[in-house]
Design a protein around this ligand. Structure first.
Ligand SMILES: [Zn+2]
Length: 195
């Protein structure tokens, strides 16, 4: 199953390149609040990869931008394929560990397979099958994929995507990217989904 999947350095290099491209597009569009010039203001995070994506822990830089206009100076953090909001674990692990925990049901087994504590995957599953359902991202996914079972998220989305498990995860973190930030509204404008 997915506990056989290990996401290596190449995978995260690919995500980071896309994050860089997204940041450049957001910068080119200007400040979402005042249309002022956006300057780079990256910051470091301490991402965790559990047993599935240890390589992802080396990719610490969260690309971010700051408005240069006096009196605004708002931060605009672009959508990201690596970081899913404020969660400590990388987005790919949020997806895969949730699926493993949901499929195995037995907390100790899921933890042994993914390295993610059961209370964490429980919280994620409550999010997938709760607040996530009312996001624009989920509405768009459902319109695109038809018949996504809302009671088996996120597996019911992943299974509908093309490619190997690694490619499916890469695609799903791309689809989720707009919800990885609260400071760039309508973030899907800046994300290119290649399937
Ligand atoms: Zn501004």
């Amino acid at each position: 199953m997915f506990d056989q999947v290990f996401l290596g350095r190449e995978f995260f290099e690919m995500l980071e390149r896309q994050d860089e491209a997204i940041a450049e597009r957001v910068a080119a569009a200007g400040c979402p609040v005042c249309a002022g010039p956006l300057h780079r203001g990256d910051y470091d995070r301490k991402p965790r990869g559990g047993l599935i994506a240890r390589a992802g822990e080396a990719f610490v830089k969260r690309f971010s931008l700051c408005c240069g206009r006096e009196g605004c100076r708002k931060r605009a953090t672009p959508p990201s394929l690596r970081f899913l909001g404020r969660r400590v674990y990388v987005g790919a692990v949020v997806i895969l560990a949730s699926i493993v925990a949901h499929a195995l049901g037995v907390a100790a087994q899921a933890r042994a397979a993914t390295g993610v504590p059961a209370r964490t995957t429980r919280r994620w599953l409550a999010w997938w099958m709760g607040p996530f359902l009312s996001t624009e991202v989920f509405v768009a996914i459902r319109a695109r994929l038809i018949e996504v079972n809302a009671a088996a998220l996120p597996a019911s989305i992943l299974n509908r995507l093309p490619g190997t498990v690694t490619e499916q995860v890469g695609l799903l973190v791309t689809l989720l990217a707009p919800i990885s930030t609260g400071t760039v509204p309508d973030g899907s404008r800046f994300v290119r989904v290649v399937a």
